[in-house]
Design a binder for this molecule. Structure first.
Ligand code: PAN
Ligand code: ZN
Length: 194
């Protein structure tokens, strides 16, 4: 049953990627992502220097977590690498796995890694104007492969929920690293099948 809300407007500034108003702002720093980057030595080296960079942030208009509503927001991933691996989001399955999501590229360059529990793996290249459809049952992670911020809009069901635990334990099947100045998608040597 949908909870009744009044219709409302929000404004997205296409130049800056700023969304107003937003109900929730989340800043994700390297220390929050320790288990999600592949090169643990590189992570620890940076953290031991008392550096804890913001890897990404998101601004969200979240609705009540009941069937029928949609959450939408903007994610901004900073440019950078930890070891050879580009800055990334944690990535997740939706807890309610049969729920889809739409991403719209706003600026910068990125890759979305997708995988399913049955072993299927794919990726999508994203930039301004690209719409990526994440079908039900696909885990998704986004990665900034450019020199500027990578920003996108996302829309998903507000009762979808996020399951980060499997990704934390097993990682993604693929990694996106820089090799000779270019992004390269390689097999994750530490990935174990479900
Ligand atoms: C997005 C992501 C957002 C941050 O809103 O939640 O980009 O990524 P992580 O949640 O993986 O840290 C989304 O896919 N929501 O379902
Ligand atoms: Zn999602």
């Amino acid at each position: 049953m949908s909870e009744i809300l009044e219709p409302y407007l929000a404004m997205l500034n296409f130049k800056t990627g700023i969304l107003k108003p937003f109900k929730k702002k989340v800043e994700v720093r390297l220390s929050d992502l320790k288990d999600f980057f592949s090169d643990q030595e590189a992570v620890n080296k940076i953290l031991s220097k008392s550096k804890n960079p913001i890897i990404y942030e998101y601004y969200e208009n979240s609705q009540p977590e009941v069937e029928g509503h949609l959450n939408f927001g903007i994610t901004i991933i900073n440019p950078g690498k930890i070891g050879k691996e580009y800055y990334l989001t944690r990535g997740h399955y939706h807890a309610k796995e049969g729920t889809a999501e739409v991403y719209v590229g706003l600026s910068g360059k990125g890759i979305m890694l997708l995988q399913k529990k049955d072993g299927q793996v794919t990726h999508l290249f994203m930039k301004k104007g690209v719409i990526a459809y994440v079908p039900p049952f696909w885990a998704h992670r986004t990665i900034n492969i450019g020199k500027n911020k990578f920003c996108f809009l996302y829309i998903y069901f507000s009762d979808a929920g996020h399951d980060y635990e499997i990704i934390k334990q097993k990682g993604f099947a693929k990694l996106v690293i820089e090799e000779r100045g270019r992004p390269k998608i390689i097999d994750n040597p530490k990935f174990t099948k479900y």
